[in-house]
Design a binder for this molecule. Structure first.
Ligand SMILES: Cc1cc2nc3c(=O)[nH]c(=O)nc-3n(C[C@H](O)[C@H](O)[C@H](O)COP(=O)(O)O)c2cc1C
Length: 494
């Protein structure tokens, strides 16, 4: 009897202590600011970190390898997280990267790499120099690709804006218009003009000259979006559940209804109309104007180059953003996401070559995007000939994204792509904006490190001969052999 009472008492005490421990963990989880998952899922969220740690030891028996997940494998995500947390890109024991897999990148190490005192800072480049009244001096190689306020949350946009200001990179608004959150950090802003013209349209849905002039006072450049790699031929899609009153007001649409942009700009139906629009916006606002597009074949680029040569350099876009078919999206039809548009690996070399051949490479700056979120992939794009790198999902990871693939459902567990206030608590702007800046800075730094190992003084000196790509045979081929630099041809010979 006494024993029964005693064991009952001990059981109750243990239960009480356990309950206290759970309450304590719960309270410390919801109040801490570093881990998004724990803020959204207190106590139970620890399982993620537990399994993540166990994975280090057991993954070779039970789980997919380091390099097997899509769209981004664990090794790549881990790299980005470390860059964002300023933990360096250092690994131990050895690489899990397979140097024999087709597509693997191998940079050409120089026998006598550049010494610290021989290195040069990577120079900034001016967009629209000599053509726009107010050229834009772009300082960072790596920049934040367009993601609309709507697709991502207010705390996400605020962190990106403040992080961009700290790192000195630009923030592209995406096609959802300019929100107060974009301007919070006072960073350089590239204002995207999507097919629905959100943020720059008049009450009847036309491109508004007054609005452009107004915006031109504080954005650094405009970008006409023809398409994005994840869904060429389809305009932006914001599911009804994400169209809050505020987003509806910024876009000039109805709250709680699907926000679907037209497939293309109604006022831009061919290359000539595109160049007309570029010139008009640049003259009206004084700002550089670029074009963002996915590439399906070579016709568009050939027609663009021909039209620029025929009409004169003044009508050319100041920059071209080439988005690979592997690009991400807040919401895209699978048919287009899986099967439409060339990968950046195929599109970028040909785009650069067309510009070289036409002798207009210096006139048009090239920005590349499409899974270029590691220093190595970004350095590859520079070797091909890009001037800048845009990444969207690299910066999402820096905000704490865990690749839950739920951007379109308004249930993002880390508060990045949801307007649910409870889930948004997970994303603490004060913490995350620093990670955004760290990621941009460390990307730039590690790209430079690759350049120095290749024997050049800074990232802008990287050339095709500095990288080799592994072919189906398992042997690598220098990029300048795979895609030889073309000669600039006289116009008549084209
Ligand atoms: C959540 C999300 C929203 C996006 N919204 C836009 C957009 O509004 N306009 C646009 O041109 N691209 C948009 N994109 C595409 C990105 O800007 C980028 O071109 C593409 O994801 C490739 O870069 P990444 O592979 O580094 O993510 C979006 C991508 C994501 C992931």
């Amino acid at each position: 009897m006494v024993m029964d009472v005693l064991s009952y008492g001990i059981g109750t005490l243990i239960g009480f202590v356990l309950l206290l421990a759970v309450v304590f963990v719960f309270l410390s989880d919801v109040t801490q600011k570093k881990h998004a998952v724990l803020r959204s899922y207190p106590v139970i969220g620890h399982l993620r970190y537990f399994f993540e740690q166990l994975g280090e030891y057991f993954r070779q028996y039970f789980f997919a390898g380091d390099r097997e997940e899509m769209p981004f494998n664990r090794a790549t995500r881990g790299w980005v997280y470390r860059l964002a947390k300023n933990e360096g890109g250092t690994i131990g024991f050895g690489s899990t990267y397979n140097l024999r897999e087709p597509g693997a990148l191998i940079f050409v190490n120089h026998p006598f790499p550049v010494l610290e005192e021989e290195r040069l800072p990577t120079p900034s480049l001016r967009l629209g120099e000599g053509y726009a009244k107010e050229p834009f001096e772009a300082r960072s190689i790596v920049n934040i690709s367009g993601m609309s306020y709507g697709a991502i949350s207010a705390p996400a946009v605020r962190s990106l804006s403040r992080g961009a200001a700290l790192a000195g990179c630009w923030l592209d608004t995406g096609e959802g218009g300019l929100s107060p959150y974009h301007i919070e950090g006072e960073c350089d802003i590239v204002m995207q003009i999507g097919t629905a013209k959100y943020g720059v349209r008049s009450s009847d849905g036309q491109l508004s000259a007054e609005r452009l002039i107004e915006l031109g006072r504080f954005v650094s450049a405009f970008e006409i979006k023809l398409s994005q790699g994840a869904k060429p031929g389809k305009g932006g899609v914001l599911p009804a559940g994400k169209v809050t009153a505020e987003i509806a007001q910024i876009r000039g649409i109805e709250e709680g209804m699907d926000s679907i942009s037209p497939n293309r700009h109604r006022d831009i139906g061919n290359v000539n109309e595109l160049l007309d629009k570029v010139t008009w916006i640049r003259e009206l606002t004084g700002r550089p104007v670029g074009v963002k597009t996915a590439i399906g074949g070579w016709r568009f680029m050939n027609e663009l180059a021909d039209a620029i040569l025929r009409r004169g350099l003044a009508c050319a876009p100041d920059f071209l953003v080439v988005d690979g078919g592997e690009g991400g999206s807040g919401a895209a039809p699978q048919a287009l996401a899986d099967h439409m548009g060339l990968s950046i690996d195929e599109a970028l070399p040909r785009v650069i070559d067309v510009l070289f051949e036409a002798g207009i490479r210096e006139r048009i700056r090239v920005v590349a995007s499409g899974k270029l979120l590691s220093p190595a992939r970004a350095a590859w794009a520079l070797c091909v000939g890009a001037d800048f790198i845009n990444t969207a999902r690299g910066f999402l990871f820096s905000l704490g994204c865990i690749q839950a693939l739920r951007c379109h459902t308004n249930t993002c567990p880390t508060g990045v792509a949801t307007h649910n206030k409870r889930l948004q608590r997970a994303l603490v702007v004060e913490e995350k904006y620093v990670r955004v800046a760290n990621y941009a800075n460390n990307m730039n730094r590690e790209i430079d490190m690759i350049a120095h190992s290749c024997g050049v003084r800074h990232a802008r000196e990287l050339r095709r001969e500095h990288v080799r790509v592994v072919q189906a045979s398992g042997q690598s081929m220098a990029l300048n052999m795979q895609f030889p630099y073309p000669e600039a041809k006289p116009r008549a010979a084209r």
